[in-house]
Design a protein around this ligand. Structure first.
Ligand code: GLU
Length: 440
């Protein structure tokens, strides 16, 4: 069957490609567990802690879609606003069969921490539809997106809550969201979503930004560890928008990309993969998958083998809970940079720490996407657009400053970087919450 999302032009490619999610874990539990740890360490006011343990608003909708064959299907959709304390709620929308309320709540809270870590004036939100978009036609996807948008529109807005792409959504989906909102409200308001096509008020540099941010923080980490980029091997799990750009930019920076994977499995070459040839093969594959690439010097591996590959840097850039208690011990990378949201369970975190693996947490490592979304939103509000170099320069300075803040704080404590990033984020949100007080 056709997958029109994957057939869209390269500049509209989707956010991270999916690999199987481990079904037993609950992302909301992971997120709450880590908030509770941080609250204890910060001796957070119990009232503020209680506020942060609950999303401000959770909306569940049933989205009916007239399918091409004349039938009607109904999909469950969600938009969760975790916190608007520091600014309008911000976060992506994903289309995936594993989407559920607790996943969306967890991802929404992670957006609150992420925006605080990189110090952009947004709160956190997330949305999603429980659907397998594989094989849906462009018309079906457009109708589903437009109906979903109309149902969550009462809580959206450029100063309320601003969606963006996430797993299996892209610039085209954002265009439908913006158009639907603009048609219903009768007002031009591109700032209601980010990650839009350039022709609709999108920003230069936004498409590559999450992967670029992952590459920037990897470079900053290696610099502090006094490691040469040219001596560094990298494995990337996920070849969607995040993983593919992280791999391309790290390759440009001089690293050797030795392993890549997506839903179709992975490829491995200890001497370095030919990224240009892989891009070409993926572009020609009907579903844009890595299985389209075959070379005699390339070994086919599965996703487990990718995670366990003998590399310096491992970049999980697919879905949550890929690194778990049952495989963490077999990870051989010295560094992990989390391109995905929540790729590591709490149990796995402890195992990695015992092994001495240095991990750059998701809320810092993949914040380049939302940081560039902020730059897009600013351009929309001022109606004046920057050159790509200016966007990339601003992104670079946000990521470097944020990395330095988390690195220095974590070393001064000393705590692992995930805990350090969370402590910084939660204390920033808590400080603003305290200053604002409780209304009325
Ligand atoms: N979905 C991306 C994330 O998880 C981007 C969110 C945004 O730009 O609002 O960070």
């Amino acid at each position: 069957m056709r997958n029109p999302i994957l057939e869209t032009p390269a500049h509209l490619k989707t956010e991270p490609s999916a690999v199987a999610l481990h079904p037993k874990q609950d992302l909301w539990d992971t997120v709450l567990g880590s908030l509770d740890d941080v609250a204890a360490r910060l001796r957070l006011d119990p009232g503020i802690h209680a506020i942060l343990r609950e999303p401000e608003r959770e909306l569940t909708v049933a989205v009916p879609v007239g399918m091409d064959d004349g039938s009607i299907k109904v999909f469950k959709g969600y938009r969760v606003q975790h916190s608007s304390v520091r600014g309008p709620c911000k976060g992506g929308i994903r289309y995936h069969p594993n989407v559920n309320l607790n996943e969306v709540k967890g991802l929404a809270a992670m957006m609150t921490w992420k925006c605080a870590v990189v110090d952009i004036p947004f709160g956190g939100a997330k949305g999603g539809i429980e659907v397998d978009p594989t094989g849906m036609s462009q018309g079906e996807l457009a109708r589903m997106t437009r109906r979903f948008t109309s149902m969550i529109l009462p809580i959206l807005g450029g100063k309320r809550d601003i969606p963006a792409p996430d797993v299996n959504t892209n610039a085209q989906v954002m265009a439908w969201i913006v158009d639907t909102a603009n048609m219903i409200e009768g007002v031009y308001m591109p700032e209601i979503a980010t990650g839009k096509p350039l022709a609709l008020g999108g920003s230069l540099g936004r498409r590559e930004a999450t992967g670029r941010g992952v590459a920037i923080v990897t470079g900053e980490l290696l610099k502090r560890e006094a490691r040469a980029l040219s001596d560094t091997t990298v494995a990337v799990q996920g070849f969607g928008n995040v993983g593919s750009w992280a791999a391309r930019i790290l390759h440009e920076m001089g690293c050797k990309i030795v392993a890549l994977s997506d839903v179709s499995g992975g490829v491995y070459n200890p001497n370095g993969l030919d990224l240009a040839a892989i891009d070409k093969a993926v572009a020609q594959h009907p579903r844009h998958l890595l299985e389209g690439y075959a070379e005699s010097d390339v070994e086919r591996i599965n996703n487990e083998e990718l995670l366990e590959a003998p590399v310096d840097v491992l970049i999980p850039a697919a879905l949550e809970h890929q690194i778990r208690a049952d495989n963490a011990d077999r990870i051989r990378a010295r560094y992990i940079v989390e391109g995905a949201n929540g790729p590591t369970t709490r149990e796995a975190d402890e195992i990695l720490e015992d092994k001495g693996i240095i991990l750059v947490p998701d809320i810092l490592a993949n914040a380049g996407g939302v940081a560039a979304s902020y730059l897009e939103w600013v351009q929309n509000l001022q109606n004046f657009y920057w050159e790509e170099g200016e966007v990339n320069q601003r992104l670079m300075s946000i990521m470097k400053r944020s990395f330095a803040g988390v690195w220095d704080f974590s070393h001064a404590q000393p705590v692992p970087m995930r805990l350090g990033a969370m402590m910084l984020a939660v204390s920033k949100v808590a400080e603003t919450a305290q200053q604002r007080g409780i209304w009325p």
